[in-house]
Design a protein around this ligand. Structure first.
Ligand SMILES: [Zn+2]
Length: 321
């Protein structure tokens, strides 16, 4: 089952042990890349806390409590999920606070899950901090975020932090092949660019990112682009960033090809013939220097500095002759 696969078993086990020892805190913040199973694990914790059957396998998935939680209809388990970038409204927090004050209807422990807690507005946050400061004994609060840097410190400092590790490229590529009908070539490529996040990988697939990266390589790496196209690319920071990432991955591959690698350690294995032709033109040292200049250009871009000139200088080395 899809959901089962996304669960983080070792984190769930930690909660089971904490619960048995009556050492559970009131609020936890799950931190990790999106699509790694933070919410699924939080919901599983709710089932674990309230399952009516034994605890051998954490929860049974068949008792009335588990069924209600799975269907999103348990009176004592709530999930606030507004999606990424959508702010969490004060009404949602108020409703949650009111439910928190009530005695549990049927649960041993009320569980409240709030996804993407970085989207708490300042107004919602003020209301919310009270709950964090005055928790009720029978409730458990689980917050999630993939960008902890943007979560209010006042929230973070009141939660126990639980880190969800990224999936390895290898595991992620396997998941994409087995569950999402991605072929071997593309799964490898998506896994590299998604940095351990299944959600990002699926988005890359939907965006037809393989086709797009190949177009960019054709237009900007293997050939001298038209001035107008270059200007268009540089006008949009997101596109520039995406292009530089592709360029970096290309340069990384050229170094590997120069060192004799030809297997699926190459990101752009689908372009092996073009890589061969490209690599022919440079020595290993030259490729390394070019790679370093591109890394420096990424820093400039991250600092919001103009990269037009450095990009043109690198361009002369790419498209010259
Ligand atoms: Zn159950």
């Amino acid at each position: 089952m899809q959901q089962e696969l996304q669960l983080n078993g070792s984190i769930l086990k930690r909660f089971a042990v904490l619960d048995q020892r009556k050492r559970l805190a009131h609020a936890y913040l799950f931190i990790g890349p999106s699509g790694i199973g933070k919410t699924e694990t939080a919901v599983a914790v709710a089932k674990l806390m309230n399952c009516e059957a034994g605890r051998e396998e954490f929860f049974c998935d068949t008792c009335s409590s588990c069924i209600k939680i799975n269907a999103g209809g348990h009176p004592d388990v709530s999930v606030i999920d507004n999606g990424e970038g959508e702010s969490i409204k004060i009404e949602q927090i108020r409703e949650l606070l009111n439910r928190g004050k009530l005695r549990a209807f049927m649960a041993r422990k009320k569980v409240f899950v709030i996804k993407n807690i970085e989207n708490l507005t300042l107004e919602s946050a003020n209301a919310f901090l009270k709950t964090l400061e005055e928790p009720t004994a029978d409730s458990l609060l689980i917050l999630t975020t993939s960008i902890p840097e943007t979560v209010l410190d006042t929230v973070k400092s009141r939660c126990h932090i639980v880190h969800f590790p990224s999936m390895s490229d290898h595991d992620l590529a396997g998941r994409l092949r087995n569950d999402h009908e991605v072929n071997a070539r593309d799964s490898h490529f998506f896994a590299y660019f998604a940095q351990g996040s299944l959600t990002v990988a699926k988005r890359l697939k939907e965006d037809r990112f393989v086709e797009k990266k190949n177009e960019l390589i054709d237009e900007f790496v293997l050939n001298r682009p038209e001035d107008a196209r270059m200007k268009g690319l540089l006008a949009k920071k997101d596109e520039t960033k995406s292009f530089l990432n592709i360029l970096l991955s290309w340069m990384r591959d050229t170094l590997l090809v120069k060192a004799g690698v030809r297997d699926n350690r190459l990101i752009h294995r689908d372009r092996i013939d073009d890589l061969d032709v490209f690599v022919e033109k440079y020595t290993f040292e030259e490729l390394k220097a070019l790679n370093e200049s591109i890394v420096k250009m990424c820093w400039l871009l991250a600092d919001n500095l103009n990269i037009k000139l450095p990009l043109l200088i690198i361009g002369e080395q790419l498209w010259g002759e």
